[in-house]
Design a protein around this ligand. Structure first.
Ligand SMILES: Nc1ncnc2c1ncn2[C@@H]1O[C@H](COP(=O)(O)OP(=O)(O)OP(=O)(O)O)[C@@H](O)[C@H]1O
Ligand SMILES: [Mg+2]
Length: 482
């Protein structure tokens, strides 16, 4: 492979020394090219500002005329492009055994420095092979730094993509608080317990904590405690060595090892069997894991985020979940509220899913009639945001351009019931005011119907209503139900 030429910028104000530098690198002109020569710091900086990526190495005289020079110039060059490597040449008059001076140069950001040969040596600026070698080495360092920068930028872009994909949508006060908590908790390294009903967004929260934290470049390992078979929990979490038991024909990395320096997300933590709870506690307390078939323990550094949709305090009381582990996990608790308690988020989330799913399905985003949106907002969402997302998906499958109330009712499907609070709402409809008597009859009708549907016989229904059977029959007749 043909090697790229090393592009050098020379900052030197004495013609004589320019000639000596040129001459020193001349045998290597195939690899080293002095692209530009300037005689003062200001022009050097101007040049670097226009096309800094053209240069790999700067060779600069320490003392030059025209203001910018020395350490300040080194610092300014490094600020413009940190990957540029600077080789300093100084006059003999500067004491070569002065370590202090060397230290100052390195601290300012220089790669290397040498003392010019005495002026009576016309050919070379310095011992030529040493000088050339240092340019090659400076170039290697420059390339490495540029490579690293590139891969870091790629990683940062990946993380930005993840954070866009896992964006937490919603503006309700509780979601704003959630976002603040995430920011705060991401800065710390402490274990976190996320509580909330199914489909509220707990996993989303865990993603956001990890990918906003110092650990974002390390692994984020999701472990669903509910789906780990009992007898495999240990080997999955902690792994085993080759030959640890019959059938262990090679070693297996445990999930905690894979997550080392990163984050483990223990989802459905209450499903973890008690023996495994003890092991997790030990990881938290000692930062060590016990691998099956390995005598010495293995150090790991993991942050634990756990989540549950169960009442974990109840599990602790019932002794199904270890209290000590609970306290260790619950250092920073986060609660994700049910969707029905943050109704203002429903239209925002619905719109968000309409947009994103339309894009995925490569179709135009439909518009939603106000009444249809109202139905979505009034609905109770027992399955929370996940259910809302599914309903939006169903709506988009219908291929309608305009989302109407009947479409919404249909999409809500079996979930849809004329809810009790809808009946109540009918009484507060200003366009249809009922008299007290009408309201009572209406309510009695509905209530009688409801009790009858949930009773085996009229006698049982009468009993539930606290009525004698004869009165029950009479009233049912009056209400037009018999
Ligand atoms: N605030 C939100 N903004 C955008 N999408 C959300 C939000 N909350 C939840 N979602 C989406 O809803 C779905 C369910 O969220 P998630 O899996 O995080 O819920 P969960 O609380 O972990 O549920 P479960 O307890 O059932 O595991 C996911 O597709 C998620 O992306
Ligand atoms: Mg989940």
């Amino acid at each position: 492979m043909e090697k790229k030429k090393i592009h050098v910028l020379l900052i030197e104000d004495e013609e004589y020394d320019v000639r000596r530098v040129r001459n020193t690198v001349k045998p290597f002109n195939e690899r080293i090219e002095i692209l530009n020569i300037v005689s003062d710091g200001k022009s050097a900086l101007a040049l670097l500002r226009n096309g800094k990526s053209n240069y790999d190495v700067v060779v600069m005289d320490f003392q030059i005329a025209g203001g910018e020079m020395g350490e300040v110039l080194i610092q300014k060059i490094k600020e413009l492009d940190h990957s540029l490597q600077i080789i300093v040449i100084t006059k003999m008059t500067i004491n070569i055994t002065d370590y202090n001076f060397a230290n100052r140069l390195i601290k300012a950001g220089a790669f290397w420095y040498c003392t010019k040969y005495p002026v009576d040596i016309e050919e070379y600026i310095y011992q030529p092979t040493d000088f050339v070698m240092s340019i090659f080495n400076a170039y290697e360092k420059c390339s490495l730094e540029r490579e690293r920068l590139k891969s870091n930028q790629k990683l940062i872009r990946n993380i930005e993509d993840i954070l866009i994909q896992k964006k937490i949508v919603g503006e309700s006060p509780s979601v704003q608080k959630l976002k603040e908590d995430i920011k705060k908790f991401a800065q710390s390294n402490v274990n976190t317990l996320i509580k909330g009903a199914s489909g509220t967004g707990k996993e989303l929260v865990a993603y956001n904590i990890h990918f906003n934290s110092q650990r974002k470049f390390e692994n984020f390992v999701i472990i669903n405690c509910g789906s780990l078979p009992n007898d495999l929990v240990e080997s999955e979490l902690f792994g085993y060595e080759k030959g640890a038991f019959t059938g262990a024909d090679r070693k297996k990395l445990g999930l905690f090892e894979i997550a080392n320096n990163g984050t483990v997300f223990l989802d459905e933590i209450t499903e973890l069997p008690l023996p495994a709870q003890v092991k997790i506690l030990r990881v938290i307390q000692d930062g060590e894991i016990e691998k099956i078939g390995r005598t010495e323990k293995l150090k790991v550094d993991v942050r634990i985020i756990a989540a549950t949709n169960r009442d974990i305090e109840e599990e602790v009381k019932a002794k199904r979940f270890r209290e000590d582990l609970y306290y260790r996990l619950n250092v920073l608790p986060i609660f994700v509220p049910d969707l029905k308690y943050r109704k203002e988020d429903i239209p925002v989330l619905a719109e968000h899913f309409m947009t994103s799913i339309s894009i995925d399905m490569v179709k135009d985003k439909p518009s939603v009639q106000n009444e249809a949106m109202k139905l979505l907002t009034d609905y109770d969402w027992p399955g929370n945001v996940r259910e809302l997302k599914n309903v939006v998906q169903r709506l988009l499958f219908s291929d309608e351009k305009i989302i109407t109330p009947p479409l919404v009712k249909y999409a809500l499907g079996i979930n849809w019931k004329e809810k009790d609070n809808n009946i109540i709402r009918e009484f507060f409809n200003s366009s249809k005011i009922l008299s007290l008597r009408e309201m009572e009859i209406y309510l009695r009708q509905k209530y009688f119907q409801f009790i009858r549907e949930n009773s085996e016989s009229d006698t049982e229904a009468a009993g539930k209503l606290g009525l004698a059977p004869s009165n029950y029959h009479r009233m049912a007749k009056e209400l037009g139900l018999k």
